[in-house]
Write a protein that binds this ligand. Structure first.
Ligand code: FES
Length: 69
């Protein structure tokens, strides 16, 4: 299974990455405060952290012990 979006906000990580770059948002907290992701279930948080660190926008499903938020 590939994870490529914040489902709750119906926004792909590719879109989030571009918006983050355009607005100078550098953390999950900044994206959350802007209302762009991660305000509901927060399952996307570890993936968005990795997106911001590595630039990747598609991920294999993380094991539960790696999903710390
Ligand atoms: S998937 Fe991002 S808040 Fe639910």
């Amino acid at each position: 299974m590939v994870v490529d979006r914040c489902i709750c906000h119906e926004t792909s990580f590719l879109e989030l990455k571009e918006i983050a770059r355009e607005r100078g948002l550098n953390s999950v907290e900044e994206l959350r405060e802007a209302g762009l992701s991660s305000t509901n279930c927060k399952l996307c948080v570890p993936y968005i952290k990795r997106m911001l660190e590595t630039g990747e926008t598609k991920f294999d499903l993380l094991k539960p012990d790696k999903r710390s938020v």
